[in-house]
Design a binder for this molecule. Structure first.
Ligand code: TRP
Length: 339
């Protein structure tokens, strides 16, 4: 596969679930980076709605959320002429390959995945209401990536166990049936800043937290940004201790620096010794100033659904032949029937 496209840029694949609003952690940690690197690769960016239904979803909200996330991908700078942007369930090959992998991957490998254990126990200790899809989640993720023979996957380090499993599945299939899949590199193209929760700066900012003061949505208006940053956890010192900032203050500085692209020395001379009240108003103003153009573009995109849907459809049509070819080979190798 690689050798047949020597003149081409390496293909990358990544995705996010269409659940809850994307927040500044998703933007600074991933989306913005995707937009920056897209021209150096052959990029495929997916909205993984089949992963979303591994836990209960409201059907109407889920469908709307797919288009919202698509609009945010584009508003954040993904260029649909360069990057394929589509929804997972537009291409049935994802689940076809996932079933083949389900039958290839040992039960014990999945049983050892820590994310399943954490999520399943959180949902229901007896596991009688935990969908089997949650257990198979990493297999579907492996199918997403291997389906397109991606060379690398720009995701955060919280996904490294899933990436390792993906590599193991590719290697196992290749060993059992002959070389079929590119084993994606573990080295990821640069991922962005790691933003922590505003209410708890020891935990990475996440979409699946109930706390209302945890994250800032990419769609939050300035008044709300101000309120949330105002409530962000700091510490008992009055002003920025540059040498040893507490975790909450360090997180606010990281957010400011990521949005502003200031150098360390600019940051230091501006913020060292600044009182927390002043720090917080500077951080919230910076956030809102940078979100404003994204929100404007998002609203334009959401107001023209015909265009948005055409982007998703065109992207899906563009990548579907790659997926179909992989599934064809995987079926042939495993002996599945097609006439
Ligand atoms: N598991 C990823 C997350 O929670 C989402 C995802 C699904 C994904 N399939 C993928 C990411 C394929 C990268 C590649 O963030």
């Amino acid at each position: 596969m690689e050798n047949r496209r020597p003149h081409m840029k390496p293909r990358i694949f990544s995705g996010m679930q269409p659940t809850g609003a994307l927040h500044i952690g998703n933007y600074l940690g991933a989306l913005r980076n995707w937009a920056e690197i897209q021209y150096d690769y052959e990029p495929i960016f997916c909205i993984v709605d089949q992963h979303a239904i591994t836990v209960p979803q409201d059907p109407k909200a889920l469908r709307e959320s797919c288009e919202q996330v698509a609009a945010l991908y584009l508003a954040a700078g993904l260029d649909p002429k360069q990057s394929a942007v589509f929804v997972q369930s537009q291409i049935p090959a994802h689940v076809e390959l996932a079933w083949i992998f389900t039958c290839t991957v040992p039960f014990g490998w999945l049983n050892r995945m820590t994310q399943f254990k954490a999520k399943a126990l959180e949902a229901d200790a007896s596991q009688d209401s935990v969908g089997t899809g949650l257990f198979l989640y990493p297999v579907l993720m492996a199918a997403d990536i291997l389906l397109y023979q991606a060379k690398a996957v720009p995701v955060g380090d919280d996904q490294s166990q899933h990436m390792e499993l993906t590599r193991n599945i590719a290697q196992r299939f290749n060993k059992l049936y002959g070389k079929t899949f590119i084993v994606p590199e573990t080295k990821l193209p640069t991922v962005g800043a790691r933003i922590m929760g505003l209410d708890d700066p020891t935990k990475k900012m996440s979409k699946s937290t109930d706390s209302p003061n945890h994250s800032i949505s990419l769609l939050d208006p300035p008044g709300r940004v101000k309120k949330l940053i105002g409530r962000a956890v700091t510490d008992s010192q009055p002003a920025v201790n540059w040498a040893e900032p507490g975790a909450g203050v360090a997180n606010l500085l990281t957010i400011f620096q990521a949005f502003s692209d200031w150098t360390d020395s600019q940051m230091q001379s501006h913020f060292a010794g600044m009182r927390y009240g002043a720090l917080k108003s500077e951080v919230s103003e910076m956030i809102s100033a940078k979100l404003e153009p994204i929100q404007r573009r998002y609203n334009e995109l959401m107001d023209d659904r015909t265009h948005l849907r055409a982007v998703l459809r065109d992207s899906a049509e563009r990548v579907a032949p790659i997926a179909a070819e992989t599934v064809r080979r995987a079926k042939e190798r495993t002996g599945l029937y097609s006439a």
